[in-house]
Design a protein around this ligand. Structure first.
Ligand SMILES: [Zn+2]
Ligand SMILES: [Zn+2]
Length: 751
């Protein structure tokens, strides 16, 4: 038998071993180089059937069987059942497991004074612990992981070879205080601080110091979340103005004190992936407002390693700010020396260890969109899981994504495998990270790059496009550009296994086929016959281009000028005081006025939401991606639906005049909350109407704004809940684009 899925490094072979033994069957089990598992099983026919049934029905906690192929063979007369040495040979690919949060059994042992793992920060077992972040290459054997530096002590070795040891038999990541990694606490010069590293670090955090903590996929910055001064200090040092910071809580009980945890949210918080979950903040939660300024939500995760748990347990609050250890806009830092040199101005102390982080991975971020779980940042715990294709690809595929919140991806055999979240690819560091993450997948899955296909976004200014061209040239590969929103729709179609669909892309910015800024698109895509843009938001000008995204009052000026004419429009703008929302005040408004006639045009949902946020006085400046839109959505909580004129005409959703009217105070009789909610929900209804007019029965909804509950609600009202297909495994935002680019190539038979 050949078994494919998450079957290496999760206690699968020991499980097979015990099962075979219990049924009196003979043969062997071994890992293969592609990371699948081969089982030779022989014996009594009924026992063989029991074996196969049991294997299908019950697998170890962290494992996942995706495919099981049985080849009938003549018995060879084995006298026993054994676990054999791994082989480099490969027939099929198998998934490299993601990292798993600490399990309850390991945690119990770490907290038990009589256990030999008492207070051991690196305890893990078959069901939990790092995987992707420690593996150099498959197969998943200790020698191929960064555990290779820690030979097992006699006691661990005894358990490693003991088939009756459910959680440790043949588990590569086991260790103990005698043989495992060492924890150290050092100051900014790298000098060791005396005392127990964890207790001392906890004390220092309580004394308002910032401590960098080496975790699973990189460094975190740990700081008190309850003190304004501390959070302000962290923000200043990290040069992070308002972008929310994540909070790590000791356990679910602690999390419930700071955010509202629904039953669904609890499941996600406690799942092996342990992502950051964005949840409504409790007013009485004592968390400093500076952790997530202007927001009613908070991103919370639970301690996911024994180290985190022990550290939080000894702090005053039992929850801390735990934000990625990096410089603004750069990848998360993974090496001790790099941390000391690059985080020296941010952190006061460093809690480090000597196990190498092979693959850097940020924390994943998820939220609920109109009740459904959506992934915003797909990283630890989810990457590098793959997505299935309906048939095998003809050649290898590589996609470099777009720019913001980026991932890259590869296609091989019947899979599309996206990299972990990389970040905004705007500098050399993130481009190098892209390269590194892609190389890992190319090596791990032994991709043949000859005659490969390389895909990228169309935007002429994106560094990832230049990178894709460079790769195509290096490998003499074919090169394909995929329009941004077509890739968004294709990503949704991949997940829902569709070869034809009408899709709604609600998004920030993407380079359109006509060179304009697209982002509110209804697109009909069908395998083999390309795509057609069947509708979109009415174009509105972005005076000053990118600056209009930063200061959305400029968009209001554009809409006013185009609707009322330059003089009347400008007068209305200034009368309402919108010029005070621009850093340059009146003179900047004058400059923006002169830019309006030659401004780039946008059909962007993100920019529309930004403009509504500015008009309602909810947000005037974007300090991080999506800020005005997120603030607007939360501002709408509790708002009622009121009639607003967001109509459809010939596939175009009319928004320009609405924005102008909104800006000049036409809806001042309604409560601003009601207007905010209605603008989003009615926009959703209008886009869905365009899709329905195209005859669509089921509609893929994707793009960065597809996490907006009100827009999605509006779409669902028109098309019906079951007809609306949201991304679940991939982020709806730009993190899903690389996979979409490859699926588009697949649909066009280029892969
Ligand atoms: Zn465990
Ligand atoms: Zn040991």
């Amino acid at each position: 038998m050949r078994v494919v899925g998450i079957v290496q490094g999760v206690g699968f072979r020991p499980h097979v071993y015990r099962l075979a033994k219990s049924l009196g069957l003979k043969g062997y089990v071994k890992n293969l180089g592609g990371a699948e598992v081969e089982i030779w099983i022989e014996g009594d026919g009924a026992a063989l059937e029991d074996f196969i049934r049991a294997l299908r029905e019950k697998t170890p906690k962290a494992s996942e069987i995706e495919e099981m192929v049985i080849f009938p063979e003549e018995p060879r007369g084995y006298s026993d059942f054994t676990i054999e040495k791994s082989e480099a040979e490969k027939s099929r690919l198998s998934m490299i497991p993601p990292d798993f949060g600490v399990c309850s059994d390991c945690l119990r042992e770490v907290l038990n004074p009589n256990s030999r793992w008492y207070r051991y920060p690196f305890h893990s077992c078959a069901w939990c612990g790092p995987r992707f972040t420690v593996v150099y290459r498959p197969p998943y054997d200790r020698g191929n992981t960064s555990w290779k530096d820690f030979p097992l002590c006699p006691e661990c070795l005894k358990e490693y070879v003991d088939p009756s040891n459910l959680r440790r038999f043949h588990i590569q990541g086991i260790s103990c205080p005698r043989c495992g990694p060492r924890l150290r606490l050092v100051d900014g010069r790298g000098e060791e601080v005396e005392g127990d590293p964890i207790s001392t670090a906890a004390k220092l955090v309580d004394e308002q110091f910032i401590v960098a903590v080496k975790g699973v996929g990189g460094f975190h910055l740990a700081a008190l979340a309850t003190e304004d001064d501390v959070v302000a200090k962290l923000r200043a040092r990290k040069r992070r103005k308002r972008k929310p910071l994540a909070v790590m809580a000791l356990d679910i009980k602690t999390a419930e004190k700071i955010v509202e945890v629904s039953e669904r949210a609890r499941e996600v918080l406690e799942s092996p992936a342990r992502p950051i979950v964005i949840l409504p903040r409790r007013e009485e939660g004592y968390v400093s407002k500076l952790v997530a300024p202007n927001l009613k939500t908070l991103g919370v995760m639970l301690a996911y390693t024994p180290l985190h748990y022990l550290l939080l347990l000894e702090t005053r609050d039992k929850f801390l700010v735990m934000t990625s250890g990096n410089e603004s806009g750069e990848p998360i830092i993974r090496d001790n020396s790099e941390a000391l040199s690059r985080l020296g101005h941010v952190a006061d102390f460093f809690l480090i260890h000597d196990r190498e982080i092979v693959n850097r991975v940020d924390d994943s971020v998820v939220r609920f969109t109109d009740g459904d779980l959506t992934i915003i940042r797909r990283a630890r715990g989810y990457a590098p899981r793959w997505l299935n294709l309906p048939r095998e690809v003809k050649r290898s595929g590589i996609a470099t994504g777009a720019m913001l919140m980026n991932t890259a991806a590869v296609a091989a055999e019947t899979y599309i495998i996206p990299t972990q979240h990389i970040g905004d690819v705007e500098n050399l560091e993130t481009l190098d990270f892209t390269r590194e993450a892609l190389e890992f997948l190319v090596d791990a899955y032994k991709l043949n790059l000859k005659e490969a296909l390389v895909a990228s976004d169309k935007h002429p200014g994106y560094p990832t496009r230049a990178f894709a061209l460079e790769l195509a040239e290096k490998w003499c590969a074919d090169y394909l550009e995929v329009q941004h929103h077509v890739a968004h729709i294709a990503a949704g179609m991949l997940e829902h296994k569709l070869e034809e669909s009408v899709g709604i892309a609600i998004d920030g910015v993407g380079y359109g086929d006509d060179g304009q800024v697209w982002g509110g698109e209804v697109i009909h895509l069908s395998s083999g016959s390309g795509y057609r843009r069947v509708g979109h938001l009415e174009y509105f000008p972005l005076p000053g281009g990118d600056r209009a995204a930063e200061y959305p009052a400029r968009i209001l000026l554009g809409a006013l000028v185009e609707t009322l004419g330059p003089e009347e429009g400008f007068r209305s703008f200034v009368e309402k005081g919108y010029h005070t929302f621009l850093p340059g005040g009146f003179s900047e408004a004058m400059a923006a006025l002169s830019q309006t006639s030659k401004a780039p045009l946008a059909s962007s949902t993100g920019r529309f939401l930004d403009a509504v946020a500015a008009a309602l006085g909810v947000a005037h400046e974007r300090s991080y991606e999506g800020e005005p839109a997120i603030t607007l959505e939360e501002f709408s909580w509790g708002g009622e639906l009121v009639p607003l004129p967001i109509e459809v005409e010939g596939g175009v959703v009319l928004v320009k005049e609405f924005l102008a009217e909104l800006a000049s105070g036409a809806y001042a009789s309604f409560h601003p909350k009601d207007v905010a909610r209605s603008a989003q929900q009615l926009l959703g209804r209008a886009l869905a109407t365009v899709a329905r007019e195209e005859g669509a029965r089921r509609v893929v909804v994707s793009g960065g704004a597809a996490v907006n509950s009100y827009i999605v609600k509006g779409i669902r009202e028109v098309l019906g809940r079951d007809a609306v297909l949201l991304p679940r495994k991939l982020p709806p935002g730009d993190g899903g684009l690389s996979a979409g680019q490859l699926y588009y190539a697949f649909l066009e038979k280029l892969l």
